[in-house]
Design a protein around this ligand. Structure first.
Ligand code: SF4
Ligand code: SF4
Length: 419
């Protein structure tokens, strides 16, 4: 085992391979607050990559309803329980020391065990293979809320108000996290799983895979899936032809993946961040993902305590109980939601960029506009400006330009009846 640095945990941790980093890292921010649960992402991924024989139950992208939903069923509850058992056995408290935050360790230091550190040595990481019954219903408990209070239909009679709703659920969008320290790759006895040096996308080499399902067992997010017809495991490939800019539509520049580009809720922003010589994200304050994740800290990793340093980040839902969100996204939740509720001028402009162009945005610029609203948020004064945000692609060309206030287009009178 090697000692590798995990910035989500603010410390070094054990991993089977020594530290090695790609030049760029595939990453994304998903804004849970905006998801309408339409499953367009899910269906589009399936229609693109998993429509063949033996892939019937494979949903590389899925959207599950929390707290009860899960694909496979109970994936996170089961792993959290295993981690909890390991902590009890080792007499270790799974705590975050949030006094030790700084720009490089924004969430503090995690003093608990990761899935690798919790292993008894018989495996690279703790994990389990879900039985077939747990894969059969990707939408189980869809739209099922908890904390019912109200009439006999469970509809609240008191209304709902922030910061927490009594009756709540939210959609969790899930795909492979193309982790910095992939548990799937660590687990594979055939070394069939690798992380691409050019973009950090994690792939399973189908010619090497023998279907031992160690990746299925040890990926904490349960994103590799076994295919009976080929006797190999498969997983999300990060739509790499689009990321490479080789898709015929892409004009030679990196494009967002299919699940990101189709999202009607405009919750997704996908890109490539630059990794510096020290293995950390190179400072790039005008890159929208760097800005949201590293500067504003409003987008957080899913279950950072698992220790794989996942590269898909989430803006947590404002209405869910904080204790639940802390467990799921770590201790950065409160600060993230405070910023999201009353965004800075720059943050409000950058939030407009989600799902506005298929081309990946590598840099943003802001042109200042007039003050349009003065109000109070949480008892503090807050101002809104109609700034214009411009997204630039990999070649520095303007890919999108839009204002904070959505423009109104009026149909001219002579065209009132035309479609
Ligand atoms: S989410 Fe799972 S399958 Fe994807 S890279 Fe991480 S460990 Fe591997
Ligand atoms: S397409 Fe977008 S809005 Fe629809 S379920 Fe997927 S992430 Fe949510």
């Amino acid at each position: 085992m090697a000692d590798v640095y995990n910035w989500h945990l603010g410390r070094k941790m054990k991993y089977v391979y020594p530290e090695a980093h790609p030049q760029k890292q595939f990453a994304a921010v998903l804004n849970i607050n905006r998801c309408i649960g339409c499953q367009t992402c899910t269906g589009t991924c399936k229609a693109t990559w998993t429509f063949s024989k033996g892939q019937e139950y494979m949903w590389w992208n899925n959207v599950e309803t929390k707290p009860y939903g899960g694909y496979p069923q109970h994936w996170d509850v089961k792993l959290l329980q295993m981690l909890d058992d390991a902590h009890q056995k080792a007499n270790v408290k799974a705590e975050w020391d949030t006094r030790q935050t700084n720009p490089n360790t924004p969430y503090g230091v995690y003093n608990g065990l990761t899935i690798t550190e919790a292993s008894d040595g018989s495996q690279q990481a703790i994990g389990y293979i879900p039985p077939d019954t747990e894969w059969r219903a990707p939408l189980i408990f869809e739209d099922t809320a908890t904390g019912y209070k109200g009439d006999n239909l469970g509809i609240s009679t008191d209304g709902a108000s922030l910061p927490e709703h009594q009756t709540w659920f939210f959609y969790l969008q899930r795909l492979c996290n193309h982790c910095t320290y992939p548990a799937c790759a660590a687990a594979c006895p055939r070394k069939a799983i690798y992380k691409r040096p050019e973009d950090g996308i994690v792939l399973i080499d189908q010619s090497r895979c023998r279907g031992y399902r160690k990746c299925v067992e040890q990926c904490p997010y349960k994103k590799p899936m076994y295919r009976g017809t080929t006797r190999t495991s498969e997983k999300c490939i990060g739509c790499y032809p689009r990321v490479e800019g080789t898709d015929p539509l892409s004009e030679g520049v990196p494009m967002e993946t299919r699940c990101m580009a189709v999202c009607p809720g405009k919750i997704r922003l996908n890109g490539l961040v630059t990794i510096g010589g020290d293995g950390q994200w190179a400072e790039d304050p005008k890159h929208p993902l760097y800005f949201l994740i590293k500067l504003e800290n409003i987008a957080l990793p899913l279950y950072p305590q698992f220790g794989t340093e996942p590269n898909i980040y989430y803006i947590p839902p404002r209405w869910a109980p904080r204790a639940y969100l802390h467990q799921m996204f770590g201790p950065g939740v409160d600060a993230a939601l405070e910023k999201y509720a009353a965004p800075s001028r720059e943050l409000l402009a950058v939030l407009q960029l989600f799902r506005t162009t298929q081309r990946m945005i590598f840099r943003f610029e802001i042109e200042e506009g007039p003050l349009v609203l003065e109000t109070e948020v949480g008892g503090k004064p807050w101002k809104m400006y109609n700034d214009t945000v411009i997204g630039l692609d990999a070649k520095g060309r303007e890919a999108v330009r839009l204002s904070v206030v959505e423009p109104i287009h009026e149909r001219p009178p002579e065209r009132m009846n035309s479609i």
